[in-house]
Design a protein around this ligand. Structure first.
Ligand SMILES: Nc1nc(=O)c2c([nH]1)NC[C@@H]1CN(c3ccc(C(=O)N[C@@H](CCC(=O)O)C(=O)O)cc3)C=[N+]21
Length: 285
């Protein structure tokens, strides 16, 4: 039976460390600031942005939750992003996904100062990640949290065969780059991939961010694999489940993340960590 990768416990450790760093900054008169931009009434987005706001405040981070009506104009949002760019009390800016269709998300994202891009989605920072450049830059929070989990559980990445299922900007692409930079041999699958099982069967590390409920079952997984489930699906009874069929995969895997309590808490912990990173970098270069 697989070891459970406990995201809640690791997230608590990360948050404790973040709170200590915030205290150290406070001694220098510096308070990290996070601005979260939420457009519209998507219930899940409301919950997540509120969770982020609450956690930031708990850790001593100055948090601004900026909410806008569904029909907000592009130029009004751009104006506010530029205002946050210029605001020296704000170190991190995040635009909560998904955005309403009438807005040009790429243009809004590109307007964020790359030095304040706490999600690591700006093409400048994505380029740093892809080129594995030797400077400080932010990275998408979910993959960053997954790397923290893999490190915490001493999963060997060097030379490992990793399969990332999903190629989103939020998870798949940055995840593949991080694993590659850690010397894993990385394959990226997507919804057009033929014979997925052939690939999953070879993977020592399986990262599933497909957005398909219980896509991965036990017979698809290599014995002793490390399985990370990024999926989130709300069932009729309100419980949360992932892209991995936990019950059939757990007996085959060496380690596995649960949903909830796996990757989710690490995403928020990484966001807080990265807000403090950006604050320190802006002061120390
Ligand atoms: N610009 C942007 N950045 C994001 O980081 C971002 C985003 N947009 N849009 C949506 C996704 C989703 N996301 C989650 C964060 C925490 C949990 C989390 O804490 N989940 C708990 C369960 C919470 C529950 O029960 O609903 C868990 O898995 O244990 C989940 C999902 C961040 N996202």
């Amino acid at each position: 039976m697989a070891t459970l990768i406990d995201g809640r416990t690791v997230a608590k450790e990360v948050n404790k460390n973040t709170a200590e760093r915030v205290k150290r900054l406070a001694n220098e008169g510096i308070v990290p600031g996070l601005a979260v931009i939420l457009v519209g009434d998507d219930p899940a987005s409301k919950i997540y942005t509120r969770m982020k706001d609450k956690k930031a405040k708990k850790l001593g981070i100055h948090s601004v939750l900026s909410t806008y009506p569904e029909d907000i104009r592009q130029d009004e949002l751009l104006h506010d992003i530029r205002r946050f760019n210029a605001d020296e009390n704000i170190n991190g800016i995040l635009i909560q996904e998904p955005l309403p269709k009438h807005l040009d998300g790429d243009k809004l994202l590109n307007a964020i100062d790359p030095g304040k891009d706490v999600d690591g989605f700006h093409p400048f920072n994505v380029g740093c990640l892809y080129n594995n450049v030797n400077v400080n830059y932010p990275v998408s929070c979910t993959p960053r949290g997954i790397m923290t989990l893999l490190k915490h559980y001493r999963v060997k990445l060097d030379g490992a065969r990793a399969l990332v299922i999903g190629r989103s900007i939020l998870v798949g692409k940055p995840m593949a780059a991080l694993l590659e930079n850690a010397n894993a041999t990385v394959t990226v699958a997507n919804s057009h991939t033929q014979n997925l099982t052939e690939l999953t069967k070879q993977a020592d590390i399986l990262i599933v961010a497909a957005g398909v409920k219980h896509l991965i079952t036990g017979e698809m997984v290599k014995q002793g694999a490390v399985v990370i489930d990024v999926g989130m699906h709300r069932l009729a009874d309100k419980t949360l489940t992932g892209d991995v069929d936990f019950d059939s995969v757990a007996p085959v895997a060496k380690m596995i993340t649960p949903v909830p309590g796996g990757v989710g808490p690490m995403t928020i912990a990484s966001l807080m960590e990265q807000t403090v990173d950006l604050t320190e970098w802006s002061h120390n270069g």
